[in-house]
Design a protein around this ligand. Structure first.
Ligand code: MTE
Length: 320
């Protein structure tokens, strides 16, 4: 993010509108089985290793319309070919090319800190014991682009209730896997590794906060943060940490990777706020990937009604 600026989005990164609508019509016509075929049909002979069939296994889920936007979703291609995942390189196309080296099964999540049930939890068990939901959310990146993504996941609050934080727990810290063999981008010092992020407890417990394990009805592709990543739709995308191996409950505010790397540019809260510019560019508008014209950015990425009360009395110019 420090490297790429909003103006750096190439025209080749923006899907041709005609193809986009043809593809949408095709996707809408089909069931989930058709969708699996569509992935192949849309990208004939162009599958990246991260899009191997094993990664595209279907997931059982219930649609959550209450928390879903009815805006047009981005194509599978946009969502899986235009990524930020610095563990695999800093170019938007790197994760799709290189993230196949990540082994996502078996996967454990260590839960520790201020919590009554600390343990190494097997992801498979957490998924089996949960009701997966599909939620279509907007994702607004700090680089002033956005997408609409049909996630499949577990509300974070469901998991937190199971882990039982103590009364001392005020924050939750998340850590990405640290393994430079599987994640070769970690051999370069573009960020301090492992990637870490955090939320205040009330943000973590908010019903919109999701732990995604899939998208487009299928298991999460590696480049999108497999096998489990956070999704906090009212915050800039960098809060939505990928490939999580540790969840720690803390009394004090945890460090976050981007705040450590550029404290003047990336705050702990990172709420989408069109009236607080990034020091090097405006946040008032955004480019929806797949569209040509920019659109206005909404406060809290359009989730103001649901989340503004979390920040009442806080100066959001200072707490950026
Ligand atoms: N998580 C890790 N571990 N490493 C990263 O580089 N990039 C963040 C976030 N989570 C990142 C990460 C940023 S800047 C964005 S915008 C989103 O992931 C992008 O998610 P997507 O590629 O699934 O769209």
């Amino acid at each position: 993010m420090l490297i790429k600026r909003p103006g750096d989005i190439k025209t080749s990164d923006i899907t041709d509108e005609k193809i986009y609508h043809q593809r949408r019509a095709f996707l809408q016509a089909g069931s989930r089985a058709a969708l699996a075929m569509a992935a192949g049909a849309v990208l004939p002979g162009l599958m990246f290793p991260g899009e191997a069939a094993a990664q595209m296994a279907a997931l059982p889920f219930k649609k959550n319309t209450r928390f879903s936007t009815d805006e047009e979703v981005n194509s599978l291609k946009d969502i899986t070919r235009y990524n930020n995942f610095y563990e695999f390189g800093t170019d938007k196309t790197d994760p799709a090319k290189y993230a196949h080296t990540l082994k996502t099964d078996p996967w454990n999540i260590r839960v520790e800190g201020e919590v009554e049930n600390p343990a190494d939890y097997q992801l498979e068990d957490l998924i089996k014991e949960s009701q997966l939901e599909e939620r279509v959310y907007r994702l607004r990146c700090v680089e002033a682009w956005s997408m609409v993504i049909p996630w499949v996941g577990i509300p974070l609050s469901t998991l937190i209730k199971r882990f039982k934080p103590t009364s001392k727990a005020k924050y939750v810290e998340f850590t990405t896997l640290h393994d430079p063999v599987q994640m070769p981008g970690q051999k370069r010092g573009v960020l301090g590794w492992p990637y870490v992020e955090g939320l205040r407890m009330d943000e973590a417990m908010h019903p919109l906060t999701l732990m995604a394990v899939g998208l487009y009805g299928k298991v999460l592709p590696n480049q999108n943060g497999a096998p489990i990543r956070l999704v906090v739709p009212w915050k800039y995308g960098f809060k939505s940490i990928k490939s999580i191996v540790k969840i720690r409950f803390t009394e004090t505010m945890p460090n976050t990777s981007w705040n450590l790397s550029g404290p003047q540019e990336y705050g702990f809260y990172a709420n989408v706020n069109p009236s607080v510019d990034h020091p090097r560019w405006s946040q008032s508008r955004e480019r929806r990937i797949g569209e040509f014209f920019k659109r206005k950015t909404a406060m809290f990425n359009g989730y103001q009604e649901q989340v503004a009360s979390l920040y009442s009395g806080m100066d959001l110019q200072r707490n950026y």
